[in-house]
Design a protein around this ligand. Structure first.
Ligand code: HSE
Length: 432
């Protein structure tokens, strides 16, 4: 095979133009790899009339993504739209035996199985480094650098928007709603931030990591997911008092042939590495059987960090094709030992509970009895007289490890007590 590969780009927005910029101005690390020669053949854009500067030949542009896939001079399709049609374009490219690079996490998290099977059946590869934590080479590290390890656990801060909001709340810069609004006004947060604040964006990324790390077949929807919408300033203050910081954590563990995967707010020790990942930064802490703990950190979104990951996949694909190597990904992510994601009910963890309770004898005893009947052991109790709210006081209980199912049963009972006002707040704790 010649050292040149025809590239078709679907999507020429922020990331697409970043990819073209990196290809046109390749750093010496790329130029010194003698096999690298990409030839941009076709680019599908949403608006043909939009000005693109002088660096792109207008003849390459089309408004029809299917034309890019069908173009016989295109051997590698780079899909960067996140559009509804993406699944069809990517499937068709794979069916034609063309390699695909994509940053489309929703597509991979929910329908990855179909696409990887299609890739394998047609001798093509589907690469997706940019779909998780953008420029952090976590997928490549799991596939290559850590290949000699059994991955025991992954703890990630995989969403920059929520980490930015929680970091600012921790610095006392406002409440959840104010900071979210400010982030939207400044363009840091999406105008519809639901996927981010609900944890779904992180859940989709975690499902993709679980596929690589554990051969898990689970989708983003199989990952237990709770967002940060209910975190209040007082939770952050209590966490600080207990020596913790609140983060939106994506957690996956492999134990006894089971894979657990969950995304939720969690208290992490203030001196842990993940507690010190601030603002829009992402991080992933991997526990490997041979290497022990490793932490990868960096920008998990943005034009050039995402483009960096896309180009790294393109380079790997080209080098594999030039070397006459077969496909790399299908065999890695599919296979007999594939396991489903287990329900969160059986997972054991520690909990922080906060309730507003009547300041009268026996209240603590009744709550403690409910916990004890569910075999949940109390680690510490905090109640402050100074916080008296008209006859009620905030009561904080930290538990030892208990199953989620037992905790939910206990919570349901505690909430029915007439001495407990409103909902009981629950925040999970992870001693990293
Ligand atoms: N919206 C995501 C974040 C980036 O805030 O991290 C894209 O996945």
């Amino acid at each position: 095979m010649s050292n040149s590969i025809g590239v078709g780009l679907i999507g020429f927005g922020t990331v697409g133009s970043g990819v073209v910029e990196l290809l046109q101005d390749a750093p010496s690390s790329m130029r010194r790899r003698k096999h690298i020669d990409f030839s941009l053949q076709r680019i599908a854009v949403r608006d043909l009339k939009k000005s693109r500067g002088t660096s792109i030949d207008p003849a390459l542009l089309t408004a029809d993504a299917e034309e890019v896939v069908a173009d016989p001079t295109v051997q590698l399709v780079v899909e960067l739209t996140g559009a509804d049609g993406a699944f069809d374009w990517v499937s068709e490219a794979l069916r034609q035996g063309k390699d695909v690079v994509t940053a489309n996490k929703a597509m991979l998290a929910e329908r990855g199985e179909e696409l990887f099977e299609l890739a394998l059946a047609n001798g093509a590869d589907l690469m997706f480094e940019a779909s998780v934590a953008a420029g952090i080479p976590i997928i490549r590290s799991l596939r290559n650098g850590l290949v000699a390890n059994r991955v025991e656990s992954l703890y990630g801060i995989l969403n920059g928007t929520t980490n930015y909001i929680l970091s600012r709340m921790s610095r006392g810069e406002g409440d959840y709603a104010d900071i979210l609004k400010d982030a939207q006004d400044k363009g840091y947060a999406e105008s519809d931030p639901t996927m981010d604040v609900s944890g779904m964006d992180a859940a989709q990324k975690l499902a993709i990591l679980c596929r690589i790390a554990f051969h898990s077949t689970g989708t983003g929807s199989d990952v237990f997911c709770e967002g940060i919408e209910r975190i209040e300033k007082s939770d952050i203050e209590y966490a600080r008092e207990l020596g913790y910081v609140i983060k939106l954590l994506a957690i996956a563990k492999q134990q006894n042939g089971r894979v657990e995967a969950r995304v939720h707010s969690a208290m992490v020790p203030v001196d842990s590495l993940l507690a010190n990942i601030h603002d829009e930064f992402n991080a992933i802490q991997v526990q490997g059987s041979a290497v022990g703990p490793q932490v990868f950190s960096g920008r998990g979104a943005g034009q050039m960090p995402t483009a960096s990951a896309v180009v790294a996949d393109m380079v790997e694909l080209l080098e594999r094709r030039v070397a006459g190597a077969g496909t790399a990904i299908g065999d890695m992510v599919l296979g007999e030992e594939a396991v489903a994601i287990t329900s969160v009910e059986a997972v054991e963890m520690r909990y922080f509970l906060r309730a507003l309770v009547s300041d009268q004898p026996g209240v603590l005893e009744r709550i403690a009895r409910i916990l004890s009947e569910e075999k949940i052991s109390i680690a510490s109790v905090l109640q402050k007289e100074r916080d008296l709210h008209g006859g009620s006081v905030p009561l904080v209980i930290v538990t030892h490890e208990a199953s989620e199912a037992a905790m939910q049963r206990a919570l349901a009972q505690i909430s029915t007590l007439d001495t407990v006002q409103g909902a009981v707040k629950l925040i999970r704790m992870e001693d990293l």
